[in-house]
Write a protein that binds this ligand. Sequence first.
Ligand code: NAP
Length: 541
Amino acid sequence: MNDMQTGQAPVQTFDAIIIGAGMSGMYQLVRLRELGLSVRVLEAGTGVGGTWYWNRYPGARFDSESYSYQFSFSRELLDEWDWSEHFSSQPETLRYLNHVADKFDLRRDIQFSSRVTAAHYDDAMPGWTVTLDNGDSLQCRFLITAIGPLSAPTMPNIPGVETFQGRSCHTANWPHEPVSFEGKRVAVIGTGATGVQTIQEVAKTAKHLTVFQRTPNWCAPLHNSRISKAEMETIRANYPAMFQLCQETFSCFLHTADTRNTFDVSEEERLAFWEKLYASPGFGIWVGNFKDMLTNREANAAISEFVANKIRQRVKDPVVAEKLIPKNHGFGTRRVPMETRYYEVYNQDNVKLVDINETPIERITPTGIKTSDADYAFDIIIYATGFDAITGSFDRIDIRGTDGQKLKDRWRHGPETYLGVMVNGFPNMMMLMGPHMALGNIPRSIEHNVDWVTGLMRFAHDNRINRIEATADEVKAWTDHVKALGDGLLTFEVNSWMTGVNTNVEGKQVRIINRYAGSAPDYRARCDAVAASGYRELALA
Ligand code: NAP
């Protein structure tokens, strides 16, 4: 029986479906259109921007230099967009991404308010059937996931969350309308990069702010500033050199590790270097520090002590200062939150720090938060409690490959991938910024990742290839390689989203190596060699 007889609309079929209209999905759409393929992007939100669409929380902004974080693929785009700050705020970044969508007329191929709930592979097609939350289905030959490493927000597993009668919100689901804190008693749970940005902003206007901290993080000053028209022109004139530098550095940032080891230099020289880094804008103190900072325990202890002393100098109450100094991990072993007068917030009369290791949260109540020693009343509770990172956004979609095997089951003990892009048993599925990828300055990685996938799609198109699969041997080899790169790095000895640990998600309490810890140039070279060989490592049919 055909669709005419059943009265059902025919299932829409595309050469490729991209899940997600964040930066990677947007750029992948641009590139696949150039190949003349029919493409549909499925996006859960009502607009483009991904991370920058969802994370509208107060104070959200880039921690990487705005101009180094933008798309570089179009000179025209680079020429017409001016950044107003060295570290752009979320509203400006979202305006930029909407400008990109307008300029390249992207929205006509993006289906908004369409959350993908399932994607099942069928070898008879060969291709994928993708199901949306409204029950609709679409089909495609190639499925490209552009679902982001930090896009599955997690609420804390604290009893009573649903009973609170005031206003509450996870930072990644922040409302589109402004929220006023004026005259309000506000709680923030979580002190990662998001919590830090939120806290320093909310503290400016809230009647009272209580911060519930489980693990303090090592934060460093952002030193943001405005960009004048003249400065913008200078920055723009330097774009070719700047993007070239991003290609050469370890993590695609404008900063790269110093070639010296910590104890190669005198104490005086070391301290002067750290003072300079602490006073400089951006991630320099994290990724531009001595090269052994994350491999040599003594070196790591020394920089940790330097930053601890900064915290002691900035926070007036020594008891509070000690609570803000991490004791269970060294500087830089977790993502360093960048801050603007964050520590000074704790000198304000309207701010209180609650260390929930001393006085654990027992429950969220209808009126606030109950800890082991007090009942706090709040008007607003902000959950800055992070994400089920890297694999979480995959786990939330019922992805099934050949023989119905579930990706979630396959990755139960950690992701297994080929170049972070493919998985054997899941043919014709390509992942953008998936597990085992170099993260770093993400748009730089996105552009390479998308260009590589586009090259593969072009090759498939030109050679009439309908089925692409990574082999089991190559997946094992890449997964082993990624694991080996993590060996000896202090980063992988610490619980964080970067090691796959999330106390709020069942089954994610064990550390894994879920991201590529080698250099971005090495990663690109490996991928480019595969392309140059005619993708010989892949099973193509
Ligand atoms: P996060 O770093 O995972 O921090 C989550 C925070 O919530 C942690 O302090 C965590 O404590 C706390 N928490 C989680 N569950 C809890 C519970 N049940 N009870 C009490 N506390 C709980 O998440 P994030 O701050 O959203 O940042 C994630 C990543 O997003 C960053 O590392 C960064 O890569 C990215 N980001 C980037 C920017 C930027 O570029 N500008 C800004 C924000 C975020 P524990 O540490 O004890 O688990």
